[in-house]
Design a protein around this ligand. Sequence first.
Ligand SMILES: Cc1cc2nc3c(=O)[nH]c(=O)nc-3n(C[C@H](O)[C@H](O)[C@H](O)COP(=O)(O)OP(=O)(O)OC[C@H]3O[C@@H](n4cnc5c(N)ncnc54)[C@H](O)[C@@H]3O)c2cc1C
Length: 400
Amino acid sequence: MYNPNAAGAANTESGSRLFVYEVVGLSQNQVTDNLNYPIRRSGSVFITVPYNRMNEEMRRITRMGAQIVSIRPLTGGSVGNGQATSANLRQTVKSENQPKPMIPTKHKTDIPVNIYKPNNPFIGKCISNQELVREGGEGTVRHLKFDISGGNLRYLEGQSIGIIPPGTDENGKPHKLRLYSIASTRHGDDEDDKTVSLCVRQLVYKHPETGETVYGVCSTYLCNLKPGDEVKITGPVGKEMLLPDDPEATIIMMGTGTGIAPFRAFLWRMFKEQHEDYKFKGLAWLFFGIPYTANILYKDELEELAQKFPNNFRLTYAISREQKNPEGGKMYIQDRIKENADEIWQLLQKPNTHVYICGLKGMEGGIDEGMSVAAAKFGVNWSEYQKQLRKEERWHVETY
Ligand SMILES: Cc1cc2nc3c(=O)[nH]c(=O)nc-3n(C[C@H](O)[C@H](O)[C@H](O)COP(=O)(O)OP(=O)(O)OC[C@H]3O[C@@H](n4cnc5c(N)ncnc54)[C@H](O)[C@@H]3O)c2cc1C
């Protein structure tokens, strides 16, 4: 017969870390109804399990018709060298009633790629070009919408398109294409399947030797486009940042600057559009790093969504020049990740949680730092765990 205290007795076992399973569904069980066991009003039961019995206990709990909804280490639990790995930790949270494990993001054949190649690009037309940075903000970032009707160009949220700027480079050769993440859903901002939108920051920097101001070729070209101007478009490309089909998934998004582009597409698909085949009921959590409040791209729309869907959408800003981290330094996205690392870690234990990182190259280092600390509390080596997440197509990165 099931004896929940058996696990507790194992507290004295040496060489074994202790974990606490949060279990639901035991109260509905005839056998457990007779047990003298503290079942919370929420229906959760907390069971302490030594590392080396995790699988056994999991099977036992599943047999009882219950479900493990979270696993955490027991603070002050016995010290041991039992190293939990991503695979066996994940295995323990799996049960028949849980969401399907490892949902392949998309059937590979459904993904449109390279419909238009550089030697025969699609000629789109600029419909609108709006500034996204408000007064007091830094730099220029534009929301551009292109007409793509009259061709075969189609795309999915999370993909990119190529833009070929006009003219030639310093060698007299035609400019090479530059990639830009698509900021609209597959249906476009007007939901008529006739447009694609981008979020483009004009690259401006001081030449390190001459000190002269240099303007990026393609970004400057795009930021200066006028409605009616023609644009050479290639693609779409990219399979890394696709959304899973599962409407119950947890989608954690970490973006800096124009890294918001794919996330705008995700969020519009989840919350703004209505679909027969996709009604999002999961959790979307956006961490957005920017220098100033005036640089929060799509601010009003994001905040409106957060207000309208408080149970399904969380919005966390890291405003580096205005907010301070706990050490008194600038608040970067990695500081927000560290602040919330335990919760992110818990969410990652669900097999249908996906993390997406998009924006400036270099942002991953800080995120790994934060996650390493959270994972270490569970005796897990983060880089090993992350490898497993990547294998499962649950850790998605596109930085540039
Ligand atoms: C998958 C992907 C998605 C992308 N999505 C977006 C997006 O959504 N929005 C967006 O705005 N951009 C995006 N980019 C970046 C985009 O492709 C271009 O790289 C960017 O717009 C700059 O192109 P450019 O032609 O303006 O600059 P270029 O004229 O090509 O100049 C870029 C070059 O300038 C030099 N340079 C740049 N900064 C400095 C510096 N500080 N000091 C010295 N030299 C420097 C470097 O040599 C660099 O290669 C994405 C890139 C990738 C790969």
